[in-house]
Design a protein around this ligand. Structure first.
Ligand code: FES
Length: 689
């Protein structure tokens, strides 16, 4: 590299005062790195020599502006430095040209490549000038994302062709990259070669080269290019989300989402696998549909972010195993039947052209690894985002959808499983259930004395007893609403711990009504009546028992009786009130302050893999050491399932929950119909649904 090699050489003669010192001490903050350099050494060169994280695209030519630093002026006793303004060369021609022609430098900012030492100084490297900067994540409890993209931009001046010393353009580009940036043994795709000659000539032999993984030349542009983009894509069975990020700052410049068009082949994953089984070749239709959706979404997000798909050079993808396979064009049929064999479980790195994403011809795609047949690259994303493998305490991470993906462990050991919760948590199989959309009841409180409900719907912040609430806008109840109403029914005594809507309720309130041979609770009266029926409660019990049983299996395997923290991932995990999830017994007992939503952790994991190249090998290593548990073949699953049908649980104590919520007293076992007869009855009920 020009700058790194110049520590002792780039002192213009005039910089060293005639009778002044021959060298100077430089202290960089915040790193604290320090060293002595010849008078006249540039700040960038000193930074390079000391391994200080100071960015550069142009290699010290004063045109990219990435190397900006600020001198700290004053007496710094702790560093033993008197950092005076005159200890740096004055604002020079190169900086003035950058300031006037390219972008104004903020007061106090200097270009590190064009500012030289004249005496001892303390130099601060602001975060935006660091190569390995960090992006702070919104929630305080998660670590920041380190930005160190796999794609780097390198500006070079390339020797012109010479009749007397014939060589190909690529050879001379490689020579410049080796000389200026220390890059050797590079490879170059045909797609890039197609653009090389024009770029060199248009740029008058000055070009910016994008190098992927310090190994592959993936793009060449004439002149200086100092910004490229990447995209993190989360392919869900219902929705697809894309976040376009600036690969140097890590900033998300735009996000876009769309429905997964595969829905027309089947609402849930298994019906899509069935479609392939019934329609040979159907996987190709689904592959084409999902690729087109990702392509459109990336174009939309790029436009929103003020860029174009041609400026996107790197994409990371997470998705469940079936989406992962369909996106790659792999037949997912084996994933629909035991033993649920994946075609490939390791991470995949391919050219974006193969997936028809319509990006820059040299763009690459990285798909995170799958964990197991039912635990996909989306879970790998969740694991990367939540990083339970970096903690001492035992974390339980649950991503609830039609299947619940469960991860349990700490830095010592990690386990994962999938549990068949079914679609009840998404509002399906519920008499008044619907997707989370405007009009859906999402929050419920029931007065324990009068059994009168208060509720709130998506799209309106007013509770039903407040002005501004529109009773006619209620359209149904979504997943988080059904969790809350069933939990509140239990807390209000409408429901007993076996999940039976008690007949006594009818004598307490007209909200409890007969419904054939059972009872129902009328949650909302209006244009549309929303009831919670006995069947609805059973559907929720079955779903939550499946989830809890999967968690319990992993706890058995890990040999723990309690978990230290619980993170609920995914859309459901974001909207659910953790207190109610615990009242219903979806998850084991845990101090409520340690039970939190992880938001869209799979998408965040994709973003981490996009921005921090080291995270890719980290998640690949982690996934390899995860112990996979197949709930379908675990003999104890059924026993755990039956016990977990009770609310919150038949035998497990919930002391932490009891500190925060007044739980109804448990019935004595005889009254609960314990014993073989009661057990058999419940098993029959469970199987019947
Ligand atoms: Fe590019 Fe200084 S390194 S302007």
């Amino acid at each position: 590299m020009v700058a790194a090699a110049a520590v002792a050489e780039d002192a213009p003669g005039g910089d060293a005062p005639e009778d002044g010192p021959r060298d100077a001490l430089i202290v960089f903050t915040p790193s604290g790195r320090r060293g002595r350099f010849s008078i006249g050494t540039s700040i960038l060169s000193a930074a390079r020599a000391l391994g200080v994280d100071l960015d550069s695209v142009c290699g010290g030519r004063g045109i990219c502006g990435r190397c900006q630093v600020v001198q700290s002026v004053g007496e710094f006793a702790k560093h033993g430095v008197s950092s005076r303004a005159e200890h740096l060369t004055a604002f020079g021609l190169v900086e003035r040209r950058y300031h006037e022609k390219r972008a104004p430098l903020a007061p106090g900012r200097r270009l590190g490549c064009s500012t030289n030492l004249r005496g001892d100084v303390v130099i601060d490297v602001p975060p935006d000038s660091q190569v390995h900067r960090q992006v702070v994540r919104k929630r305080a409890e998660v670590h920041a994302i380190r930005v160190d993209s796999v794609v780097r931009l390198r500006f070079v001046e390339v020797a012109r062709p010479d009749m007397h010393d014939p060589s190909g353009d690529l050879r001379r580009v490689e020579a410049a990259l080796r000389e200026e940036w220390d890059l050797a043994d590079l490879r170059c795709d045909l797609e890039v070669l197609e653009t090389l000659q024009a770029a060199l000539r248009d740029g008058n032999w000055r070009v910016t080269v994008a190098v992927h993984g310090e190994r592959d030349i993936v793009a060449v542009w004439p002149g200086l290019k100092d910004r490229v983009y990447g995209a993190a894509v989360d392919v869900g069975s219902t929705t697809i989300a894309a976040h376009v990020c600036d690969l140097s700052s890590g900033e998300v410049v735009a996000s876009a989402g769309a429905m997964n068009p595969q829905i027309r082949f089947g609402e849930d994953l298994m019906s899509r696998v069935s479609y392939v089984m019934m329609n040979p070749g159907g996987e190709r239709e689904m592959t084409a549909a999902v690729r087109a959706a990702v392509r459109d979404l990336l174009r939309e997000a790029a436009e929103q972010g003020g860029t174009t798909p041609e400026e996107i050079l790197d994409v990371t993808v997470v998705g469940n195993p079936i989406m992962h396979h369909l996106l790659l064009g792999l037949n997912p049929v084996e994933l629909g039947q035991a033993p649920f064999a994946l075609t490939v479980d390791r991470a995949i790195a391919i050219g974006a052209r193969a997936l028809e994403f319509g990006l820059h011809p040299g763009a690459r795609v990285y798909l995170l690894p799958c964990v197991a047949g039912h635990v996909g690259a989306d879970t790998a994303g969740v694991i990367l985002s939540e990083a339970p493998y970096q903690r001492d305490e035992v974390s339980l991470v649950v991503d609830v959808g039609t299947n619940a993906e469960i991860v349990l462990g700490n830095r010592e050991r990690m386990l994962a499983a999938s549990s068949p919760t079914g679609p009840a948590f998404e509002g399906a199989q519920i008499s008044s259930g619907q997707r989370a959309a405007p009009g859906a009841i999402e929050r419920v409180r029931i007065d324990p004395a009068s059994l009168t409900p208060r509720l709130r719907v998506i799209g309106n912040d007013a509770w039903s007893d407040e002005s501004g609430f529109d009773a006619d806008a209620v359209t149904g109840i979504c997943g988080s609403g059904i969790i809350e109403v069933v939990a509140e029914m239990y807390l209000a005594g409408i429901l007993d711990e076996d999940g039976v809507i008690r007949a006594e309720g009818a004598g307490r309130s007209d909200r409890v009504v007969r419904d054939g041979r059972t009872y129902a609770y009328v949650l909302h009266r209006g244009d549309i009546e929303v009831r919670v029926t006995q069947n609805d409660v059973r559907a929720i019990q079955l779903a939550k028992a499946a989830l809890y049983a999967g968690v319990r299996l992993l706890m058995d395997r890990l040999g723990v009786e309690r978990v230290d923290r619980i993170r609920l991932a995914g859309a459901f995990g974001s909207h659910i009130d953790v207190k109610y999830a615990m009242v219903l017994g979806l998850v084991p007992d845990c101090a409520l302050e340690h039970v939190t939503s992880a938001g869209n952790a799979a998408g965040t994991g994709a973003r981490i893999a996009l921005l921090d190249r080291s995270s890719r090998s980290e998640i690949e290593r982690t996934v390899r050491r995860i112990e996979k548990i197949e709930t379908a073949v675990e003999p104890r699953f059924q026993a755990h399932f039956v016990e977990a049908m009770a609310i919150p649980h038949k035998t497990a104590a919930y002391p932490e929950l009891a500190k925060a919520v007044a739980l109804p007293a448990r019935k004595p076992s005889r009254e609960r119909g314990e014993g073989e007869g009661g057990e058999r009855r419940r098993r029959r009920r469970g199987r019947g649904r």
